[in-house]
Structure formats: C-alpha cells, structure tokens
Design a protein around this ligand. Structure first.
Ligand code: 4AD
Length: 457
C-alpha cells in the first residue's frame, strides 16, 4: 500500500466514522524519500514521502544501531512498523517504526535542494534529472498525469475513437515551415540519407491523419507529442509539446465545434480539481507574481465569444489598417483582459491568416474562414480549430494557388469519396496546464523541456 492508498483508506474510515485504533494494528511498510528529520530525546521523527501524493507520513522510531547521519533530506528509506492514531489533528496517523533501512544515501552538501527551503521554479529547472524530488515538481507531474486521464476519459465518454497518428510524416499540416527533418544516422547510412525516399519530418500536427480517419469514424481524437522548429525562447513555446486533437464529422457550424472545445476544457478541469485538489492548491499558493491565473472555479463561465473583427475593435485600432494582421501575444492578452480576464473564443479569422484546410466563409463581406482560437488569461492562445473545407472545387483551387495540389492529392481524394462537413481543433496540453495551475513558464509543466539551444538529458 502506498501513501495515496493510505490516505484514501483514512478518508473512507472517517466518512464511516470507523477511525478506531484497532484498524491500524497490521504491519505497514513504507518505501520513500526523507522530507524532514528531527530527533528528540531518544526518538527520531521523520517525514517520508513516496511520490503517490503530496502527503508525507510521520515516522516515529528509536533506532539505537543506526548512524543517524545517514538519515538526511532526500535519502531513500524503507520503514516497517505499526500505524497508530496520531496525537496531531493535521496528520490522523503516524508510523511507529520497528525497522528502518537506508536504501540510498543522499549527500546533503551536494544535493541541490535544501530542507525546508522554498526553491523557485527557475532554480529547480536547472536540475532536470533531480527536480521531480521536490514537492512542487512532483505535484505538477501528478496533475499532469491526472489531466491526461481526464482528457482520455472525456473523449471515451463522448464516443470518440482514439487514433495513434504518426510521429514521422511527410506533410507540413500548418504550412508554416517549422519542421524538424528526420534522417537516418549511423555507419549503415553514410552514403544513403534517403531512407523514406521522400523528405520526412517530425509531425507538427496529427490533424490531416485524423481527417483521414474521420471519413470512417465520425468522432476521432489523438493525444501525443508534436514538434515545431520555432526559434523562439518564449514562456509559451516549446520545440516538443503534447497536443490534444479532435476531428468531428457532420459538424455544421463553428459553434458546434466551440461547444466541444468548451465541454472538454470544463470536464478535464473539473476532473483534475476533484482528483488532485491538494496538488493544484500547492500551485495556486505560489502563482508567479504578475501571472494572471485563470480562476479554475470559474470554468462554468467559459462562454465568451468575439469575432476577429470585434477583437480588432477591442484593440482600438482602425479596423481598416489593422484588419488582416495576426493577433500577437500582447494583443491576445489585451483582448482577454478586456473580456474580464476570462477565457474567450475568437472566431472568423481572415482567410489569409489560416492554413489551406480552413473553410471559406464565402458569404461574409470580409474574406474570412470558419476558424476559432481559444484565448485564456496568462497564456494567450490555448486552442486552435476550424471547420475544414469539405468542398472539392474550393479546396482544389486553394491548393493549386499554393502550388500544393500534387502534394495533397490524397487529401483531395477525401473530398471525392464521401466527403462530409467536418471540423476539429488542437489544444496545447502544456499551455492547458499553465492555465489551470497559473505557471508562468511552459518549461515548468513538462518533464523534460526541449527548446532552441536546449535538449538536456
Ligand atoms: O494553432 P495550432 O498550430 O493548430 C494546429 O496545429 C491544428 N492543426 C490543430 C488542429 O486543428 N487539429 O496549434 C494548436 C495549439 C495551439 O493553440 C497552442 O496551444 C499549441 O498547440 N502550440 C504550442 N504549444 C507549445 N509550444 C509550441 N511551440 C506550440 N505551438 C502550438
């Protein structure tokens, strides 16, 4: 049994009002890492954490044959004893230790984290191989794991089929040219780098592969790593990030799609709050000053929508001059602030700003496409989606104009054989974690961040 299981048991017992001493007479073994040590008279008091929850278990013991200098912050131990009701109200049980074994020593001089010190996220980021030993980063990883479960549960509960889209691909879905090329290496390939016979890249998005599948399964999703060779060192860009993408067939309106985005966001956030409240709370207590965290309890209010043209008006510029320009981070922040620091969906973007697959709003006075971005406080763009151009003639013209008709002949085929109105979106998973936890820098919400000039470990 680990500490998480133990805390569930305690809660259950409290609910049933069965918290009697007699429940705790079995021997219990805890394997974990020392978080604090104190000796008083003959007894040693330790707090040991096994990573399953934020809770540490207090251990009380008398260990005459043990060299106490081995029991340092960070050392790995295995302790066996009897669980007893604790005299302290904050920790219902403690372990009266009968045996303790120091499994792995931890030299306190060289260990970068110090007992009882609150290290900043920037500081612990310097130690990618050790930072999971801190409370704050282990909390983050538990939240990340629960959020992953939450997202999969949402899709399973709503009739989506999960598709494993490829990591290696020959297409540049977004057309932004931010691709990492894949080539073989090693002695066998010295004279032959043409492994795939076509240029191959790490995927920037699984969207086009999902669109293939949406021709057979009406609701599909994928959740995996995506790669962008963006030479930017910002607090919201990574070279490798995880994206949640969905594609829905028979979708008639952008509003239908927006509702799914909203529903997924709300459902995942509620799940995380219900399963990781303590870990989330730890982050909320230390939100980076100046970072405008989205108040997660406000998820029910996630319903603001403005069109791109209205966003331009909000930016208080002459729509004549500025209309057609992309929204930069500062613009996104301004629009979100204007909307009461709540998430806001911006819809109907100019045709020229979005990739070839976005559906043309031919009947609009200004040339726009049926695309939507979700902007959130502190982060900016969290999610991007659109209705896809399902009309063969329009898509063909657009691809021809871009000189891509041959490359995407297979994509045109999808419109030739049983094409339906459809749409989809992609949510940046790390930005989602930044948003719900109020973390300023994206490098602090992924186990091993990759960005330009950095690929540690
Ligand atoms: O807006 P993007 O580029 O959309 C697509 O790739 C679509 N093909 C998705 C789809 O419709 N299936 O990226 C989607 C989201 C962004 O809103 C952002 O949250 C995140 O992915 N994102 C990044 N996150 C971290 N680092 C980067 N370099 C990112 N680029 C995009």
């Amino acid at each position: 049994m680990n500490l998480y299981a133990l805390s569930c048991l305690r809660v259950k017992e409290q609910n049933l009002q069965m918290c009697a001493d007699s429940m705790y007479f079995d021997l219990f073994t805890l394997q974990g890492w020392v978080r604090s040590v104190r000796s008083q008279k003959k007894n040693v008091f330790l707090h040991v954490n096994d990573g399953s929850s934020l809770q540490s278990l207090q251990i009380v013991g008398f260990f005459p044959s043990l060299n106490l200098r081995l029991l340092t912050f960070g050392s790995a131990v295995e302790v066996t004893g009897v669980l007893k009701k604790s005299p302290h109200p904050k920790q219902p049980v403690e372990l009266e230790a009968e045996q303790i074994h120091v499994v792995g020593k931890c030299n306190p001089v060289d260990f970068p984290f110090k007992i009882k010190e609150r290290h900043s996220l920037e500081y612990i980021r310097q130690f990618p191989h050790l930072r999971c030993r801190t409370n704050v980063f282990s909390s983050l990883l538990r939240v990340r794991s629960q959020a992953t479960t939450a997202i999969h549960s949402y899709f399973k509960d709503n009739g989506f089929v999960q598709i494993h889209t490829p990591v290696i691909t020959s297409n540049d879905c977004e057309g932004a040219g931010e691709l990492f090329r894949v080539e073989p290496s090693g002695p066998a390939f010295v004279d032959d780098t043409n492994f795939f016979s076509v240029p191959a890249f790490l995927t920037v998005s699984g969207q086009l592969h999902l669109e293939v599948m949406s021709g057979s399964f009406s609701r599909v999703y994928t959740f995996g790593p995506t790669f962008r060779a963006e030479n930017s060192q910002t607090r919201r860009h990574l070279a490798e990030f995880f994206m949640v993408e969905a594609e829905i067939s028979f979708t008639q309106s952008l509003e239908d799609l927006t509702k799914v985005m909203e529903d997924m966001f709300r459902s995942a956030t509620e799940h995380v709050l219900a399963h990781c409240a303590e870990d989330v709370d730890l982050f909320h207590k230390r939100v980076t000053p100046g970072h405008r965290m989205f108040k997660v309890l406000n998820v029910k209010l996630l319903s603001l929508r403005v069109t791109y043209s209205e966003a331009i008006d909000i930016l208080n510029r002459s729509s004549e001059n500025f209309w057609g320009c992309d929204l930069m981070t500062e613009h996104e922040k301004y629009v979100v602030k204007h909307c009461g620091n709540l998430p806001v969906f911006v819809t109907e973007y100019p045709y020229d700003l979005k990739p070839f697959y976005a559906r043309d709003n031919q009947d609009h006075p200004k040339h726009t496409v049926a695309a939507v971005d979700l902007l959130v406080p502190g982060v900016g763009e969290l999610c991007g989606g659109s209705l896809r151009e399902e009309r063969l003639d329009l898509l063909q013209d657009r691809l021809q104009d871009a000189g891509l008709a041959d490359t995407y002949s297979w994509y045109l085929d999808l419109r030739r054989f049983g094409s339906v109105p459809h749409g989809g979106f992609g949510l940046g998973f790390e930005r989602y974690l930044q948003c719900i936890l109020g973390v300023d820098n994206i490098k602090d919400v992924i186990p091993f961040p990759r960005f330009s000039h950095s690929c540690l470990l």
